[in-house]
Design a protein around this ligand. Structure first.
Ligand code: 4FV
Length: 247
């Protein structure tokens, strides 16, 4: 999979992709990350990428021309490419969206800066506007990294054999179950015996129960509105009953 990143700070991407899964993915050719300097697509000797906002107001706005030129050069007429603008006005990025993008051969990511990007970019140049959350960052570079990382992990072969994306948080729409490792007891704090029982069906049942419990306590929104199978409904009722008894 190819990630084309368009930014005014290309060096910003030196480093974060040099570790772990991202590094392995690049080394074994699973992913390729191409970082493009937006200023290379300007035509004035000051390599201008921003200007004052029409209608006045604080700050600067990213100009349309360099972005249109950059995307057209990078996509080079390749049809139906996904061109993402990272911005707080976008749809909230989540695991199902990451799965959707991981199916694609290529993603172009536009990193905004300043107060924002000329609206004609969002209206005419991109396929998706994506937000990583309801807060304002100083640039789209970190959101672009979030998307590249979350998507890369879902590419078959990206995760080592010891990991499987299928089992992770949100994979089944639930939060992850609690994890424990040695020592079995630390400062009097014990890891649950069931995890050391070797009884794998019991362990699976405990983990599922805990994942549902944690989701009900912290993110009931992840369960609300979901189409539940009878089994799932029974399980959730079980967990709710246990939670009531424990309270
Ligand atoms: C953002 C977000 C974000 C807004 C103005 C960059 C900044 C500046 N992008 N999810 N939240 N972008 O805050 O994606 O241009």
């Amino acid at each position: 999979m190819i990630f084309d990143v368009i930014t005014i700070f290309p060096e910003f991407f030196n480093g974060p992709f040099d570790y772990g899964i991202m590094r392995r993915g690049r080394e074994n050719g699973l992913i390729e990350i191409r970082v493009h300097d937006l200023r290379d697509f300007t035509s004035d000797r000051h390599r201008t990428v921003d200007d004052r906002p029409f209608g006045g107001g604080a700050g600067m706005v990213m100009k349309p021309e360099p972005l249109f030129r950059a995307v057209e050069a990078v996509t080079n007429g390749e049809p139906d490419l996904s061109v993402l603008l990272l911005s707080p006005q976008g749809r909230l990025f989540d695991q199902p969206t990451a799965r959707e993008y991981a199916e694609k051969p290529r993603l172009v990511l536009i990193c905004g800066r300043y107060e924002g990007v000329d609206e004609r970019v969002a209206e005419n140049l991109i396929t998706d506007e994506v937000s990583i959350g309801d807060y304002v960052l100083s640039g789209g570079e970190i959101p672009a990294m979030v998307v590249v990382d979350a998507v890369t992990r879902l590419i078959p072969g990206a995760l080592g054999c010891e990991q499987s994306a299928e089992r992770e948080s949100f994979a089944g729409g639930l939060l992850d179950y609690p994890h424990y490792t040695r020592p079995a007891e630390y400062r009097g704090l014990k890891a649950p015996d069931v995890l050391m029982s070797g009884n794998h069906s019991e362990i699976e049942r405990w983990r599922r129960h805990k994942a549902i419990e944690k989701t009900l306590r912290r993110r009931p929104d992840l369960i609300r509105g979901r189409i539940l199978s009878d089994d799932e409904r029974r399980e959730i009722e079980d967990v709710l009953r246990t939670m009531m008894n424990d309270e």
